[in-house]
Write a protein that binds this ligand. Structure first.
Ligand code: NAP
Length: 308
């Protein structure tokens, strides 16, 4: 175990965690930012971010690289470690990782979420090249094109509604013949004229050379397969928050998100939650960076007030 006691440890190096690191370091705090795969998080997969204020267009990778440099230049220390647990002691908190233990005064959990993958060949290769997990982020790249949305929940229907206004057609592929989404959303979808339904269907292959050009779907009732020529598949088959390691220290809602308000405070003193990993209405780059700033400011105040 290392001897340094950090003011703030941030778990997760996506947009929320990086922003929290920037704000905490600029406030003069000693900061350790832990990331288990690569800095940038989900936004790194977005080839063009066109809805971040101040940038007409920027690649997600470029955006996260800039944010990482900014946080490091401000003094944040980074480490590639997976956080396994957080414990609250009388004075300090201990973050145990796959490499050891770190002590700190406050913790910001910004562990993000992962979109459930279909589990097919080419899925990773075509992500950002025809496979997307965010219509608001990438939809405009497929203006007037034929696209498909996979899933039958509220996210899928919202994605399909958004895309139906900008794309030639939207094929909704869902594994059952009944949508899981709320009735109000389904009604809105039914009022659209460019939605094609492929119900009782699963995607069985993702086809193309350098990018996605079609998907093959299989009808579970008829066992027939069909190739759908599309420019993009928006996958919305559920999201998996990365909060398992923290369920003993913060309260999770029924979907596994950390319960917290817009102040990013959790029910546990000195533990804050920022970005997609917490309960919230809108999961976007803008709201993630906003959370990072809010959580960092609250964590700085906490360490000052507690005089620890
Ligand atoms: P979700 O409700 O869990 O829906 C996931 C959909 O993907 C379901 O239709 C499911 O099919 C399908 N699916 C799951 N695994 C699959 C697989 N391996 N292959 C193919 N299909 C698969 O997820 P979500 O839509 O992301 O929503 C998550 C939560 O956030 C929900 O509670 C939702 O209501 C909420 N949400 C609310 C709003 C809103 O209120 N505005 C907006 C978005 C999300 P089955 O139906 O057959 O299980």
């Amino acid at each position: 175990m290392e001897n340094e006691i950090y003011d703030i440890i941030i778990i997760g190096g996506g947009a929320a965690g990086l922003t929290a690191a920037l704000y905490s370091a600029r406030a003069g705090k000693s900061v350790l930012l832990l990331e288990n795969t690569s800095f940038g998080g989900q936004i790194s997969y977005s080839p063009e971010v066109e809805n971040y204020p101040g940038f007409k267009s920027i690649s997600g990778l470029d955006f996260s690289d800039r944010l990482l440099s900014q946080a490091v230049a401000a003094g944040a220390k980074t480490a590639f470690e997976t956080a396994l647990s957080v414990k609250c002691g009388e004075k300090f908190k201990t973050v145990t990782t796959d490499s050891g233990e770190h002590k700190c005064r406050a913790v910001i959990i910004a562990a993000g979420l992962k979109h459930r993958k279909i589990g097919l060949e080419n899925e990773d290769r075509f992500t950002g090249k025809g496979i997307s997990y965010c219509a608001v982020c990438d939809g405009s790249l497929f203006k007037n094109k034929r696209v498909a949305v996979y899933g039958g929940g509220n996210t899928a229907i919202e994605e399909a509604l958004f895309l139906s206004d900008i794309c030639e057609s939207v094929t909704l592929i869902h594994r059952r013949n009944e949508l899981r989404a709320d009735n109000a959303e389904i009604k809105k979808l039914e009022s659209k004229e460019n939605i094609i339904y492929k119900l009782d269907c699963t995607v069985v292959s993702l086809n193309g050379e350098s990018s996605l050009t079609s998907v093959t779907v299989k009808n579970s009732k008829t066992q027939k397969t069909e190739e759908l020529k599309i420019s993009a598949l928006f996958t919305a088959i559920g999201q998996i928050p990365q909060n398992e390691a923290f369920k003993n220290i913060v309260k999770l809602d029924e979907y596994g998100f950390i319960e917290s308000g817009e102040d990013c405070k959790t029910q546990t003193d000195g533990i804050f939650a920022a970005g997609d990993c917490r309960t919230k209405e809108l999961r976007q780059l803008t709201t993630a960076v906003s959370d990072g700033a809010v959580a960092a400011t609250a964590a700085c105040k906490y360490t000052d007030l507690k005089n620890i």
